[in-house]
Design a protein around this ligand. Sequence first.
Ligand SMILES: Cc1ncc(COP(=O)(O)O)c(C=O)c1O
Length: 401
Amino acid sequence: MLNVEAIRKDFPFLKEGRVYLDSTASSLTPDPVIQRMIEYYHDYRANVGRGIYRASQRATDEFEAARERIARFIGAGRDELILLRNSTEALNLIANGVQFKRGDRVVLTIQEHHSNFVIWQRAKERFGLDLRIVNSDRQGFFNLSDFEAAIDGKTRLVSIAHVSNVLGVRLPVKEVAKLAHEQGSLVAVDGAQSVPHTRVDVGDLGCDFFAFSGHKMCGPTGAGGLFIRGDLQERVAPLCVGGGTIEDVGIDYYRLRRGPYKYEAGTPAIAESIGLGAAADYLSSIGMQNISDHEHALTRRMMDRLPEVPGLNIYGPPNAGDRAGIFSFNVQGMNSHDVALALDSAAGIMVRSGHHCALPLMKELLGVAEGSVRASVYLYNTLSEVDLFVDTLSEIAKTIA
Ligand SMILES: Cc1ncc(COP(=O)(O)O)c(C=O)c1O
């Protein structure tokens, strides 16, 4: 069981009159994480991997300890975890680092965030890829036979989201990874919406790449990670090269380092990565199962009560058990941004509105190019916040109905 009242005290943003229901966009950051970053700036503010003096050595040790914590959090080895800025950068590294040949097939789904969509459209233009998009039904469910049909012997990579940031549906990643590997394809997972909420083990998932963002899992902005399976790193080029990535350089040659350093050009986000390590510890100490259970209770309450709102169209699976704590909807006759503004001014409720960086899904699957409202819950939300949200939304909807 999770003690939500005690947890809320860790989050300085949660002041009276603020109801934060936008953790899918970015989660809040607790004091223990903020303190670890302040400690860096106060006590050992130096670069990593460069200085021999004690402060620099401590910075290096703390940074590497953070790498180890974050790697452990997703079931990766420390040398398999590359510290980057966010999921978008991690996915770009994959799209530019895998040595594609003209005609290689890459398979995605219609539910991808732009960060796992546009990069492949661009790679198609650059490398002549054969890009295939697997569709789901309107609620977000996939038919595995559609993946079977799309993934053939020429498929070089399948890149799919673990959880949709619009529908909250969980994609059948493990099953798809198995199908892909049977055809000799690599598998990349966009874990931006799974790692913060559920126990992830990259080995169990069977993926070759796994991307995620620290700012969605109680960490700071500017720190995220990419798992690249150890034996694959030889064949995946870095996105940037320069200081930090080099084993040796001469006038007419350079040799890259091995392991994660090859991918981490320039001075990294030191404080932020240390903060992300602290966030992994923070979530682990609460327990990912406790967090999932709590979110499930909030999701049940939300799905039980949302039908009370007049003129509401809710997207995604109807059963609470089939979705993570993400709720996208429209109120008939109202623009999504107007609903979001009304929720904020009426009760300090913060939700996202618009296309959620998933225009292919919004247009092709839901037919709502103009966007939707999206509320989302995390470990610090309460049942009474869900009730306040539904009651306030009902009042807003009644002004139109
Ligand atoms: C599924 C998914 N993938 C990728 C991203 C991009 O994350 P970031 O902006 O942290 O790179 C997001 C952000 O909302 C997301 O939800």
